[in-house]
Design a protein around this ligand. Sequence first.
Ligand SMILES: [Fe+2]
Length: 210
Amino acid sequence: MSTQKYTLPPLPYAYDALEPVISSQIMTLHHQKHHQTYITNLNAALEAQSTALSTQNISALISLQQKIKFNGGGHINHSLFWENLAPYNSPSTNIESSAPDLKRAIEAQFGSVEGFIKAFNATLLGIQGSGWGWLVKSNTPEGKLEIVTTKDQDPVSGLVPIFGVDMWEHAYYLQYLNNKAGYVEGIWRVVNWGVAEERFRNGIEGAVKL
Ligand SMILES: [Fe+2]
């Protein structure tokens, strides 16, 4: 039985578009090597799962669950992350013009955009080991905003991911070395507030489209 094969989505901008905040070298490796590896491993695990299902190999099915979770999560998280970023100095990086509704909600809940960014940065810098920081919206009618973290490649589940920040060392180390705070502070200059606004208003159909 053949299974669906996932493929690497193209970046919505050039590899050097985020400079000087994120180097072309990091973006190239991160996209072409790291993200591609999650997809390759996800496809292999799904193929093995298909075989295990057809042969009713329950122990193989159980052992494949973690691989599917890790690599599937890696594919989902990176696909969301690329869209969360926008070229340096592009109009989408302006929260005032690109995300009026989200800005109002952030101000209502966190007091100010600056207060929100301070809280988000503290959360990112508090992540131990590898993981992600997210601004999420609850699926309830009032759509409460919340800052959450996920470990390793665990995706956000049951909440709408407005935007996420990759806090694995591969996301910044070649450029920022141990200056994790420099990466965290810089990322706000390349946030795609237009995409964040769209997810805030309309959610993400079917959790995540891949
Ligand atoms: Fe990553």
